[in-house]
Write a protein that binds this ligand. Structure first.
Ligand code: 5AD
Ligand code: SF4
Length: 465
């Protein structure tokens, strides 16, 4: 079967290279850039691609946005507060332009792909010079070239489900790298805007992914994180020639010391994947498994395609196969029609599972999604009380859950100096939990052997061994 979804062509890549070279030689080229990133890991990785393209244009990174000639906001629209924060910060930058008339303001990312947003920008945010959606990221050199050669603002939002390949990447960290395994999502959970702004599922070929991983290994990267909105449906559009479990197995054999992935949809979490994890050498014992709600009624209204019991069965399978596995989740409270009893089901599920961490959100209606049109939207005060109750419960449980690590040996990939004490460093252990230990800048980027000796503010503390 021929693939309907294609990678961007070689001709398109050369076209973009041509604009990169043209910008390099433009007298009005910005001298420095700053990218402000909102949202998820996928966006953080897109920002690394922007940085890669800008570096090839000979534009260097500024220390802060106030110092830059080109500021790019890479936006998120998954919840209303992410969107409001971005729009507020973009408007604030208008003031900076009074000091630096050369300043170019660009906005990209999911928010730009939202229905009606491009028109809104043209009308209300005329000071934005360039706006482009996630599907047009690979065309950034061409779009920037156009912006630098015109007084008009450039707004491009084409919905194209292509796979961008061969983009230059400047990674934020030397020892850690994101690898996108698939783009888009087909699930249409009723609250979620992602399928509308990131398009349909499309998997990169295993050859491309393995080649990227191999290259990263040669560069000395110690940890990779595989990215996709729903990594468990990886390969379905590749005519089922390689599943996510099979991809993981291949990646495990390459020899990168640590492999993580996110995000998984519980309905697609196969026994095969759990077996591969259990048998692997390098896939870390950590799993992010968003549950969203503990009530079957709400799960159904959310279009999640699993029941509470089926979810609990996945958790049990994971814990049986990989003892001590680190488990995290996402939970939404205040979904339309959520009763006190539904919310208690969520509280009860959280008590049953005992997560190592939980990201909790108040439901935020997103225009165009099925849930936004549902009756019985919940009073914000009730949602706010529910999230507070949930956070308190999770924090209390986490104290006990995380104390299972005390006395255990752990390997920490050090990310930087601890925010709490200049004499400590912090990083992630194999189970995905933050660990603080004594150290200095020499440790950054290294894997340090330590023993967990305590728990402070939901972070594990450790001593070196
Ligand atoms: N309102 C609140 N939370 C949401 N999420 C996604 N869409 C919404 C929304 N409309 C949460 C889900 C998802 C996480 C990334 O964001 O919990 O797993
Ligand atoms: Fe959104 Fe559901 Fe897709 Fe996750 S699986 S991105 S929550 S639609």
């Amino acid at each position: 079967m021929e693939r309907k979804i294609t990678e961007i062509s070689k001709e398109e890549i050369s076209r973009q290279r041509f604009f990169t070279e043209e910008i390099k030689n433009l007298p009005q080229k910005p001298s420095s850039y700053f990218v402000v990133t909102y949202g998820c890991q996928m966006n953080a990785h897109d920002s690394e691609k922007l940085a890669g393209m800008l570096t090839e244009m000979g534009i260097s990174e500024a220390a802060c946005r106030e110092d830059a000639d080109l500021v790019i906001f890479n936006t998120c629209c998954v919840r209303d507060n992410a969107e409001r924060k971005a729009l507020g910060n973009i408007t604030w930058l208008k003031e900076i332009r009074k000091r630096n008339p050369r300043l170019i303001i660009a906005v990209c990312g999911c928010m730009i792909q939202e229905p009606g947003m491009a028109e809104k920008i043209l009308r209300q945010y005329r000071f934005i010079n360039l706006a482009f959606g996630t599907s047009n990221l690979y065309r950034f050199p061409e779009l920037l070239f156009e912006t630098l050669n015109t007084d008009q603002n450039t707004v491009v939002v084409e919905k194209k489900d292509v796979i961008p390949e061969d983009l230059p990447i400047v990674r934020a960290r030397k020892e850690f790298a994101y690898i996108t395994v698939m783009y888009g999502c087909n699930n249409f959970c009723s609250y979620c805007i992602v399928p509308y702004v990131r398009g349909r599922e499309r998997s990169r070929t295993p050859e491309r992914i393995l080649c990227e991983a191999d290259d990263l290994l040669k560069k000395g990267v110690s940890e990779i994180m595989l990215l996709g909105q729903n990594v468990n449906s990886y390969g379905k559009d590749l005519d089922h020639t390689c599943s996510f479990a099979e991809l993981l197995k291949k990646l495990d054999s390459i020899g990168i010391p640590r492999i993580r992935f996110m995000t998984s949809h519980p309905k697609d979490l196969s026994d095969g994947l759990i077996e591969v994890m259990a048998e692997s050498k390098h896939i870390l014992p950590q799993f992010h498994l968003p549950v969203q709600s503990g009530s079957d009624r709400i799960l159904q209204k959310m279009n999640r395609h699993y029941t509470r019991d089926q979810y609990l069965d996945r958790v049990a399978k994971l814990r049986n196969a990989i003892p001590g596995i680190g488990l995290s989740t996402d939970i939404i409270v205040g979904f339309p029609g959520e009763t006190d009893s539904d919310f208690q089901d969520t509280m009860d599920l959280v008590k049953t599972v005992c997560y190592d961490s939980a990201f909790t959100f108040i439901y935020s209606p997103r225009v165009g999604t099925a849930a936004a049109a549902m009756q019985e939207q919940i009073d914000p005060e009730i949602s706010s009380q529910r999230i507070q109750d949930l956070i308190i419960l999770q924090e209390t449980l986490q104290q006990t859950t995380m104390s299972r690590f005390i006395g255990m040996q752990e390997e920490v990939l050090v990310e930087g100096i601890s925010r709490r004490s200049g004499l400590d460093v912090s990083g992630k252990g194999r189970h995905g939990i933050s660990v603080t230990l004594p150290g200095n800048t020499d440790d950054i980027g290294k894997i340090v052997q330590c023993r967990i000796n305590g728990l402070k503010n939901n972070t594990l503390t450790a001593e070196r061994i």
